[in-house]
Structure formats: C-alpha cells, structure tokens
Design a protein around this ligand. Structure first.
Ligand SMILES: [Zn+2]
Length: 181
C-alpha cells in the first residue's frame, strides 16, 4: 500500500508505504466490501455497535438494511450444498449472492493442480479456465487452514473461489468460524 500526500508547494510525497499490503486491487464490484471502505457514522454506527455488543459481527449486521439473509429469499443455485446452506444462515443476501458466485466459479470455472505436499500442507496452483494467471493455495489437512496468494479473504473477508475450490476438493463442506467474518 502506498499513500501520497501533497505539500503546500503542490509537491507529492510518499507518506506511508506498507510493503506486505501488496495484494491485487479489488474489483469495482467488490470495493464496497473492503475494510477500509467500511466507515459509517451516526445512527447506523450506533446500531452496529449495539449489534456487536450482543455478539453479532459487523458483516452479519451490515449492508443496506437487508440484515440477516432470509432463508426464503436467498435461492441456492445448487441444492443440498452444506456450504451454501451455511452461507444462507450467516450472510446477508448481498454477501450470500457474492459467496454463491465465488463457490460456483471455484467449482466449475477453475482448474487446479497439486504442486507439492509438505507435512500436512498441500500446495495447489489454481487458476480460471481460459486465464493463465495462477494463484497458490496452501491447505493444511489437519487444522483445515487455507490460504491463497490472491489474499481475497485478508482483503474483503470472504474466501476466494480458489480456496473454495480446494475446500470442495478436500470434502470440507462447512466453513470454520474463522472464515466467517
Ligand atoms: Zn485466491
């Protein structure tokens, strides 16, 4: 991440550089999910604060008043998917629809290969069909920890299609609480 500042003479200076914040830019569709874009004020802030006090995370309580994902209004593309059923319970409709798209893209629109296995960690390369770009996904079969080099989860708090593809391949059908924020 690089932050610039202009001085009184109109000269631009770099006033902040965080080298490890080097993930890809979020697409315009995902930009509203960025943590840095999540500032709210006044009444809404008070509402969210009161929700978090009773243990409901900001994402569960967020987005234009559609609040909890109503099970009847979120229609799953795939029937009998434990991951989608779980998503319907924990996400708002907006987030659920994004998650569903990521899951379908991971399952049907991606390719993956095992690169290597180190102890309990399996390392995969994952990419989209018709796109040469590849990401590396590390999956720990014991702890079920998963990490992708695209850093979508670290950026917007949702697992990427690459990680979801590997979870599906490994028959992990329910997300751990640590991946629901
Ligand atoms: Zn990824």
């Amino acid at each position: 991440m690089v932050r610039f500042k202009a001085d009184i003479n109109g000269k631009w200076w770099i006033n902040k550089l965080v080298e490890e914040n080097n993930h890809e830019l979020a697409s315009p569709k995902e930009r509203h999910l960025l943590r840095s874009h999540c500032s709210i004020h006044g009444k809404e802030a008070g509402f969210l604060q009161s929700m978090s006090k009773v243990g409901i995370s900001w994402r569960q309580a967020e987005v234009d008043k559609d609040f909890m994902c109503n099970q009847k209004s979120a229609t799953p593309t795939i029937q009998h998917s434990p991951l989608l059923n779980q998503a319907r319970e924990v996400y708002t409709i907006k987030i659920y629809n994004i998650f569903q798209k990521l899951l379908v893209n991971g399952a049907c629109g991606s390719r993956s290969n095992v690169i290597s296995t180190i102890a309990n960690t399996m390392i995969y390369s994952v990419g989209r069909f018709g796109d040469q770009k590849e990401y590396q996904v590390n999956f720990d079969s014991t702890s079920k920890d998963i990490k992708c080099t695209c850093k979508k989860f670290e950026t917007v708090g949702l697992l990427c299609s690459h990680a979801l593809r590997i979870l599906l391949m490994m028959n992990v059908m329910v997300l751990s609480d640590r991946y629901i924020v």
